[in-house]
Design a protein around this ligand. Structure first.
Ligand code: COA
Length: 434
């Protein structure tokens, strides 16, 4: 059948499409700035009709109505990465957290993560009937392949991106044409502390490096400090405004990358409308499924691979908690370990975890004798390489427990060094010397 006829036949109203969702089903939702909106709205409006429907999602940017308390009891949320708007629903009685490395998620869809219905966003079809997944590739293709029913919102304001992001009209069961603005993520100007961390991290980045930068204020602060570097490349999970700025300035050109020379590679794009417009039709940017971008074996092939991520706290052995504060799940591991392991195997590669030395307005040291009880260890003491704060750089890889503790105390906030020194002297039964 001609794809245009198929398209016409598949155009549905959201209320029609959601009749494919049955009690006990699992619905896999699109990610980050590509979280669908129209279908979740219809589901939320009809939530009384549903019982025990599981929703699997990761970062959900913008207003996701399925997370509203009125949907509790009808939709249960299971997530692999929490954001501000999903934290309550997932930490709620019926919700649950799904620990897994991001690169493993596509392979789990259809097995450990059931997928009865896939609800995603894409662009309207091109002249051959292909829709681009736009700003989020991630686990979409895996879900679309495994779902019993595929519902796609074809959003006219979704940027058309390249890489391995195409789905054909023939793969879709319900097409919901729409036009709405994508949610945006804007970052505040970096603080003095963040700028100092950015400078310390940038001092570890040499010309010709291929970078991965994580989520949060710190990766943005690092990007601001890279304006005197040349021939940088990007092989990352996320593509952000800061990366686009360095592309425009010419600092990022990908000329010395081992794989995908000259291209920026990521699995999702999240930031401002200007960023989405920059990505629209831009063949210098390629998105691939996360089981490719975050595969440590792929990452390891990049010469001078540098990963820069953030965390919540670290103990004196170098165990890093990045995703929970005690028992409270705060975010997820995302690609942190995927990239740390990949970078550590790469020729001249290095991995960096960067954080402010304190939290909660300076009332808590993030360098601690012990992690907060219940905190998940995201990066083990065997994986950690560089730990950076505004006070300096500690290279923990290849260091003994005693030396690690000394290096960490040196980059802790001065107010908390006496407490850490006391623990050092108790633990190692020897005097701490500067
Ligand atoms: N104890 C108590 N509270 C703490 C804390 C600690 N050790 N560390 C942080 N907090 C509080 C902060 O004060 C802040 O609270 P506020 O919002 O009331 O100010 C909040 O927790 C968030 O901390 P912050 O450092 O501002 O978070 P962030 O937005 O910079 O994100 C991570 C940092 C670690 C949560 C984020 O980078 C992450 O999820 N990382 C793991 C995944 C990853 O690395 N992915 C990489 C591939 S993209």
């Amino acid at each position: 059948m001609n794809w245009k006829e198929e398209y016409k036949r598949k155009v549905s109203k959201p209320e029609e499409a959601i009749k494919d969702i049955h009690d006990g089903d699992c619905v896999v939702l699109g990610h980050a700035a590509a979280v669908p909106k129209v279908v979740p709205h219809a589901m939320a409006e009809h939530c009384e009709d549903y019982n025990d429907v599981l929703i699997f999602h990761m970062t959900t940017l913008g207003d996701n109505e399925l997370l509203h308390p009125r949907c509790y009891g009808h939709f249960r949320h299971v997530s692999n990465f929490l954001s501000g708007n999903s934290r309550d629903a997932v930490n709620h009685l019926e919700g649950d957290f799904f620990p897994a490395y991001f690169h493993d998620v596509p392979g789990m869809i259809g097995d450990e993560i059931p997928c009865d219905v896939a609800v995603f966003q894409a662009t309207p079809p091109n002249e051959e009937g292909y829709c681009s997944l736009g700003v989020s590739c991630d686990y979409a293709l895996a879900a679309i392949r495994r779902a019993r029913s595929v519902i796609i919102e074809t959003n006219e304001l979704m940027p058309f991106t390249y890489g391995n992001v195409m789905i054909h009209v023939s793969q879709i069961d319900h097409i919901i044409p729409c036009a709405y603005q994508l949610p945006e993520l804007h970052s505040d100007a970096p603080s003095e502390v963040e700028m100092a961390i950015g400078r310390n991290c940038a001092s570890l980045v040499v010309d010709g490096s291929t970078l991965q930068l994580g989520i949060g204020a710190i990766p943005n602060a690092v990007l601001n400090e890279l304006t005197d570097k040349n021939d940088l490349g990007i092989h990352s999970e996320m593509f952000s405004d800061g990366v686009a700025e360095l592309m425009k300035r010419g600092n990022i050109n990908g000329s010395r990358k081992t794989l995908h020379k000259g291209k920026v590679v990521a699995t999702f794009i999240m930031g401002s409308r200007e960023l989405y417009d920059f990505a629209d039709g831009n063949e210098d940017i390629e998105l691939y499924p996360v089981d490719y971008t975050n595969d440590p074996i792929i990452i390891a092939q990049q010469y001078r691979m540098v990963s820069i991520n953030s965390c919540l706290e670290v103990d004196l052995m170098g165990q890093v908690a990045s995703e929970s504060i005690g028992m409270r799940q705060y975010s997820g591991i995302g690609g942190q370990i995927d990239f740390i392991r990949g970078a550590s195997m790469a020729r001249e590669g290095r991995s960096i975890i960067a954080m402010p030395s304190t939290a909660a307005g300076g009332t808590i040291s993030r360098i601690k004798p012990f992690l907060t009880p219940g905190s998940a260890v995201s990066t083990t003491r065997n994986d950690i390489n560089y730990l950076v704060t505004e006070y300096g750089i500690a290279r923990l890889k290849g260091r003994t427990l005693k030396h690690r503790a000394e290096d960490l105390i040196r980059i802790a906030h001065p107010d908390y060094r006496p407490m850490l020194i006391e623990e050092y002297e108790r633990r190692f039964q020897c005097k701490y010397t500067e």
